[in-house]
Design a protein around this ligand. Structure first.
Ligand code: ZN
Length: 305
């Protein structure tokens, strides 16, 4: 077993974070990995007040909040519940519904648990926002909606469904990183914008023969177009992007019973966040906790805007 391996089984997790104190101490350790240094006097000794959630400098008594500037800012929910939420959202591959989280965590208010989960989703999105895919990239578009299971048909039968552009690194026998974006339509302008945001220039982009992708060769990409149609050839030529579409749709149908257009992007971001970190299962909790610590604080009103 490697040195970096951390036991993050359910059993170990509940033992390690059994008390509020244990959670607060862990949060402080994550926020100040090299130890707390007073920003006012430079002293490196501080005492921790669990109830008031702050560190007090032993030199000048300056007080630093452990939660200011994190998603936990001003929360009235115990940190233990937040930790469980992060644990489940980071490790549960197929996603957990808001109602499921509400039951498991014993949180009475739907609005509270909804806000918590969406704050974590937003932190996930911020973590991946600046990452760009490289190498051989498969790119495609798909339609999401109440009955939108099919991959094809970019016009007919797509009324009321939400178009999504997807890209994933093809690393031969396995996929690499992935990105997905809700778009107004799959015309060239949106395809180009997505590519330029999410894919490094000079990479090879493999797509089907749809006309909207032609523009990519003028935007600094090597374009590899395959005429694939909707048949079995499609999944042979673009295997990973098709797998991705199937998996994300199954998550949306299964755990979340369909998602409205307004919030679809956050669920796609959540899916990609977990997908992009699937090779580090033992680090998932701490990575997402770190994301929650560095994420810009956001209010409920901002989340529903
Ligand atoms: Zn001080």
């Amino acid at each position: 077993m490697s040195k970096r391996y951390q036991d993050m089984s359910l059993f170990h997790f509940q033992k390690k974070f059994a008390t509020e104190k244990a959670c607060w101490e862990h949060l402080v350790k994550m926020r100040w990995p090299n130890g707390f240094v007073c920003p006012r006097c430079g002293h490196d000794k501080a005492s921790f007040h669990t109830t008031r959630k702050l560190l007090q400098c032993k030199g000048c008594r300056y007080q630093a909040s452990a939660t200011a500037g994190t998603v936990f800012h001003k929360t009235r929910t115990p940190l233990r519940k937040w930790f469980w939420l992060i644990f489940m959202m980071s490790t549960h591959k197929t996603g957990v519904s808001i109602q499921g989280l509400q039951r498991l965590l014993g949180i009475k208010s739907y609005e509270t648990i909804w806000t918590m989960a969406h704050k974590v989703r937003k932190a996930m999105a911020e973590r991946d926002a600046s990452y760009q895919l490289a190498g051989l990239i498969e790119m495609d578009d798909s339609y999401f909606g109440p009955s939108g299971q099919g991959l094809g048909g970019r016009g007919r039968g797509t009324k009321g469904k939400v178009p999504v552009v997807l890209a994933v690194e093809n690393r031969g026998k396995k996929p690499g990183f992935a990105a997905m974006k809700v778009v107004d339509n799959v015309k060239s302008a949106h395809i180009a914008h997505f590519a330029e945001t999410k894919i490094k220039k000079q990479q090879t982009v493999k797509t089907d023969g749809y006309v909207s992708y032609y523009c990519l060769s003028d935007r600094g990409y090597e374009l590899d177009m395959r005429i694939v149609g909707n048949g079995p050839n499609a999944s042979k030529e673009l295997p990973w992007v098709h797998t991705l579409v199937a998996n994300v749709k199954s998550m949306l149908r299964g755990a979340h019973h369909g998602v409205s257009r307004k919030y679809l992007q956050r669920y796609l971001d959540e899916f990609c966040y977990r997908f992009n970190r699937r090779y580090w299962p033992s680090e998932l909790f701490n990575r997402l906790l770190k994301a929650a610590i560095v994420a810009a604080p956001v209010s409920c009103a901002e989340l529903t805007r």
